[in-house]
Design a protein around this ligand. Sequence first.
Ligand code: F6P
Length: 546
Amino acid sequence: MNEQVETIWAGLAAYHRTVADRPLRGLFEDAGDRADDFSVRCGEMLFDYSKTGLDGWSRALLLDLARAAGVEARRAAMFDGQRINVTEGRAVLHTALRNPGRAVRVDGEDVSPGIRETLSRMKGFAEDLRAGWLAGQGGPITDVVNIGIGGSDLGPAMAVAALAPYHDGPRCHFVSNVDGAHIHDTLAGLDPVRTLVIVASKTFTTAETMANARAAWVWMAAQAADPGAQFVALSSSPERAAEFGIAPARVFGFADWVGGRYSLWGPVGLSLMLAIGPEQFEAFLAGGAAMDAHFRETPLEDNMPVMLALVGIWHAQVCGYPTRAVLPYDQRLARLPAYLQQLEMESNGKRVALDGTALERDSGPIIWGEPGTNGQHAFMQLVHQGTRVVPCEFLLAARGHEPELAHQHRMLLVNCLAQAEALLRGRSLEEARAQAAAAGFEGAALETQARHRVFPGNRPSTTLIYPQLTPEMLGRIIALYEHRVFVEGVILGINSFDQWGVELGKELAQRLLPAVEGGPLPETDASTRALLRYLRAHGGSPDHQL
Ligand code: F6P
């Protein structure tokens, strides 16, 4: 236990107790230009955290916490290729993928030439395929199916949707779920001789991906002479990809220092590169690299990932809010909340510290969200008037990509601002009474109606605002969140780069598989056995006497 860190945590808790009931609106009255003081910029991006309960004192304490927890030293260690993922003995160098010109050494060896070589192979492949020179067995490739799960799916699926205005390549589809419905419905309607299948799997062992890849192979074999000719693998295990039947020339490899949920920047981004072209993909990488430079070089108080992390720590660990909502007012970021669920919850959803001792406080929060304005007609009721506080993180682009629909974009803008304003200011009982009276209510009915119309307000939110969702901007946004997770992880003292919590379920599923394939029931709890019996009774497995 680091005593200095614990003292600061105690100071934060004590200070929070004294200010917990303070109205957020009052903070704007106290300070001069709070909106300016409590926001940070990175290029044209603006992160406004003035609508939170942070004040100068709590921010100073949080910055002390970041320093005392060693954020700066660990940041340097990460960028320098040290093996900071201690439980897996690995370096953490996804940042190298978006800055291939910078030499970076792992165990004394510069890994940048290998990154450049793979990127150039990807570009050559993408250019040939997009030009139609690299055709399928029935003509130019029209459709790409990326088969992968977790980090081998969420990143490219999110980014391909986000950058739809830049698509000028083949259509991209994503299959992740082992539920046969997913691959079935995706392949239905595709032409196997003009489809490229990308099998994206770092390990090339993930059960869901292997099952879907085999199904796609069978589907293609039924019409194409050589399914292997239209399969590509993205993996850290070229040997396993070769065993599967994918030629080495069709394998784009990456090292074990690229974590699955951080892998979009390399070969796992191939579907994105095919969709938007190598040039735009490089703009995406440049955006990530620009955020890296900002993260490495900017003092902590002006550092966007650091301040985003400190707001997160304030809400989750100091105020004790168990969730945070990510609300992109940007329809094309519809998959961002799902992407961040893996990035944040797989990284920081841990129960022990780096040294294996129990965490002193809660780990990372539960992440959820949907694009605005949809959420306003669904869960925002609870966020405004429910009994629990949910910090909201809004994302907003000043401009859309549809000039002919600019008036709709302006409606989107004001809805986002209005939500944040409503959360901050609320509506008092007095105001609600006046409103009910204006609606014609009187006496007891007026009082009851007014009470239902009260908004407590004082509900924190942040807004990340940027000019437009371009490839470069998407790169910045993703890298911002990656570094936010990193900083929160360092402050919480955990390893953000392993994911042991996903293993037990995988093992147990393997153990249960024989039982649904007609074998004997395993030794397990009575509930699981009863559910297995139900499945057998209802056609979920071949008949077997239990
Ligand atoms: O669910 C666990 C996990 O290991 C993720 O971390 C990873 O992104 C995903 O599975 C897929 O792994 P792979 O790319 O090896 O198939």
